[in-house]
Design a protein around this ligand. Structure first.
Ligand SMILES: NC(=O)c1ccc[n+]([C@@H]2O[C@H](COP(=O)([O-])OP(=O)(O)OC[C@H]3O[C@@H](n4cnc5c(N)ncnc54)[C@H](OP(=O)(O)O)[C@@H]3O)[C@@H](O)[C@H]2O)c1
Length: 314
């Protein structure tokens, strides 16, 4: 009981501190003291969804955006859309660049990062947004699918990140954003390797932040809930095929524009994380009262099985 009270008091102080800091920084943004105009921003996974919306947000704020993903045709479409955007806020825009990047190809990741650095040696913001989801019962996932999800969401992402660190540390300036997921904070059933990859990303980011804070390089983790994109349609099944259909939670989720706006404002404020408030209770339960959290997740697994005719995913 005493432990619970101490945890609640600490949680209360942390919330008051975080909200106070957010209000202070929002005031600064409103007074125009913070702007990202002219900054160079690399955005992985910018050929669709949240990454595409991030590209619009940063481009419209006067940043030079470097768009990275596998589908060059889609990146060209995004660049055309950006160049056709009519702005009447007087902000000077900068032509976006494109680079093809496959985070599952470990041999080319450093080469691609160096290609970006030789064209634009001063990268101010790196947004690690690219990712792939996975839907299947854990025991039915082929090892090569687990590996692929970890490669794209974790190993490829951290290798890409490390390539930009020396120049940021040398300049004593930079922001690294990881677009994780709320399942990087607590595990949900039927997406084991996706959840594991996002937990790994969260842990890596927390370590890195503490190590490079002295070099004035910021690390931020965004942990969105459900966002209305093709993430579930593009998800891998346990056998490695594409899942192909979306689901009700994604379709009724936050818009990618709103999610991108949350991330953009958090970068402007210099936040360390973006976590939707509505999940604070579950995160707290996982850490303070795990027994209750385990029961909730067991029930969630049963509901998921009924809704998704589980025969084809386990
Ligand atoms: N939508 C949600 O509900 C939600 C919730 C929490 C977190 N997230 C996270 O948000 C991020 C963006 O996802 P999204 O929702 O916008 O879904 P999305 O539309 O499917 O976007 C995924 C992006 O990742 C890129 N990508 C996939 N595999 C890649 C690879 N091997 N190498 C390089 N790029 C790759 C894709 O581009 P190409 O196919 O062109 O390579 C695409 O641009 C992901 O990290 C996801 O985990 C999404």
């Amino acid at each position: 009981m005493a432990l619970l009270i101490i945890c609640l008091v600490i949680a209360f102080i942390a919330i008051v501190y975080a909200v106070g800091q957010k209000i202070y920084n929002e005031q600064k943004i409103k007074r125009g003291q913070r702007s990202l105009a002219g900054k160079v921003v690399v955005i992985t996974g910018s050929s669709s969804g949240i990454g595409e919306s991030l590209a619009h947000k940063f481009y419209e704020s006067g940043c030079k955006v470097i768009l990275a993903a596998r589908r060059v045709g889609e990146l060209e479409r995004v660049r055309r859309d950006l160049l056709n955007t009519k702005l009447n806020n007087g902000i000077q825009t900068i032509r976006p660049e494109i680079i093809q990047l496959d985070l599952d190809e470990s041999t080319q990741i450093i080469e691609k990062a160096n290609q970006i650095l030789s064209a634009s040696p001063q990268i101010d913001i790196l947004i690690n947004n690219a990712g792939v989801s996975m839907i299947s019962g854990a025991r039915a996932v082929k090892p090569e699918v687990d590996t692929r999800v970890m490669n794209i969401n974790y190993f490829g992402t951290i290798a890409f990140t490390k390539a930009f660190l020396p120049s940021m540390i040398e300049r004593k300036q930079g922001t690294i954003v990881f677009v994780s997921s709320i399942v990087g904070r607590f595990a949900a059933p039927y997406c084991s390797s996706y959840t594991a990859s996002k937990h790994a990303l969260q842990a890596f980011a927390d370590c890195l932040r503490s190590e490079i804070s002295k070099d004035n390089v910021r690390v931020m983790v965004s942990s969105p809930g459900f966002v209305k994109t093709d993430i579930i349609k593009n998800a891998l099944t346990g056998g490695g095929t594409t899942y192909g259909v979306s689901n009700r939670q994604i379709e009724s989720g936050q818009t990618p524009e709103d999610c991108a706006n949350d991330i953009y404002r958090a970068v402007l404020r210099g936040d360390k994380e973006v976590v939707p408030l509505k999940y604070a209770g579950v995160i707290c339960l996982r850490n303070v009262l795990p027994a209750i959290y385990f029961r909730i997740m067991e029930r969630r697994a049963r509901v998921f099985e009924q809704r998704n005719k589980v025969a084809h995913i386990v």
